[in-house]
Design a protein around this ligand. Structure first.
Ligand SMILES: Nc1ncnc2c1ncn2[C@@H]1O[C@H](COP(=O)(O)OP(=O)(O)O)[C@@H](O)[C@H]1O
Ligand SMILES: N[C@@H](CCOP(=O)(O)O)C(=O)O
Length: 286
């Protein structure tokens, strides 16, 4: 059995802790067979290979009686880069418990469990459901809508350093004024309505007007301004932080994305630049 989970890009500008889009980079877990102890083989440095591993820990927290298994993990999702690696691991762990424990969890149940563990639903929702999701976590409940994302080219510019989400959340202010929050929220509302009605031009314009997180995180990711400086020249629609950073999500015309990806790769040669698609399915089991 294989469990496959897509990467995700969260926030999309002003959808802080709420908007997320599933992407065509994958975490793959193969269940090799029963074993004396839990083991997960993988190539990630600094990530445990026993039952303290986030994937196994998530599965055991959900179903402590699970019989130990040997697993193999292969992942294209880089750690701590703003592409939802921790969410993909949590979703994989929930699916592992679901399959081995025959729990028959619905997507809604998986989403509630995953959002409680991750603390916010924006990555876990598209990781489970695929496509573009707007979600709100209110205590134990998660409310959401899933949508097609407007057709466009999707490029991830991935810097060669880690930025833990927890560190990137530490630079956010504890308080904002009511007036500031009203304006910030009106921007989010119009980005969402523009995306779901197919007005990509207006959505992209306002995605860069985020007031919830980017103004405070900008200094942590110098590559963001570098990509924005190339917007006109490369004909990019928009460039925003992916999740908590440091990856930058750039949108462009679909038929120009391969060319733009190679130009960005040349210009930002310390980053890895990837031309991606929307994953419309979310977590699946083969
Ligand atoms: N496949 C995985 N297996 C185990 N732990 C993982 C895996 N992916 C991510 N993690 C954990 O999540 C951390 C990164 O989470 P986070 O800072 O939220 O970054 P990201 O933006 O990639 O989600 C890693 O340092 C690691 O502790
Ligand atoms: N809304 C969160 C999203 C974190 O996403 P990640 O991919 O960086 O884990 C935030 O912006 O902190």
């Amino acid at each position: 059995m294989k469990i496959i989970v897509p990467a995700t890009t969260a926030n999309l500008g002003p959808g802080f802790d709420s908007f997320g889009l599933a992407l065509s980079m994958y975490l793959e877990i193969e269940v090799v067979g029963k074993s004396e102890e839990w083991v997960i083989e993988h190539d990630f440095k600094g990530i445990s290979a026993d039952e303290t591993n986030l994937i196994i820990k998530t599965a055991l927290d959900l179903y402590p009686e699970l019989v130990p298994h040997r697993l193999k993990m292969v992942s294209e999702i880089p750690l701590a880069r703003g592409l939802g690696s921790s969410s993909s691991a949590i979703v994989a762990g929930i699916e592992l418990a679901n399959q081995l424990g025959e729990l028959n969890l619905t997507s809604d149940a998986k989403l509630r469990i995953a959002a409680r563990i991750e603390g916010h639903p924006d990555n876990v929702a598209p990781s489970i459901l695929g496509s573009f999701v707007a979600a709100s976590q209110l205590e134990e409940d998660v409310f959401y809508t899933k949508h097609d994302f407007p057709e466009c080219g999707i490029i991830a510019v991935i810097p060669n350093y880690h930025l833990l989400t927890s560190d990137s959340r530490n630079v956010l202010p504890e308080r904002l004024t009511h007036e500031y929050a009203v304006e910030a929220s009106s921007i989010s509302n119009v980005v969402l309505s523009s995306l779901i009605t197919g007005n990509l031009e207006q959505a992209c314009l306002l995605m860069e007007q985020d007031k919830w997180h980017e103004p405070f995180r900008n200094a942590l990711v110098p590559e963001l301004n570098k990509v924005r400086a190339l917007k006109k020249k490369l004909n990019l629609y928009t460039a925003v932080l992916s999740g908590a950073g440091p990856t930058i999500l750039a949108l462009c015309k679909k038929d120009e994305s391969a060319k733009i990806t190679s130009v960005l790769q040349e210009k930002l040669n310390r980053c890895l630049v990837k031309n991606l698609e929307v994953d419309k399915i979310g977590v699946r089991v083969l």
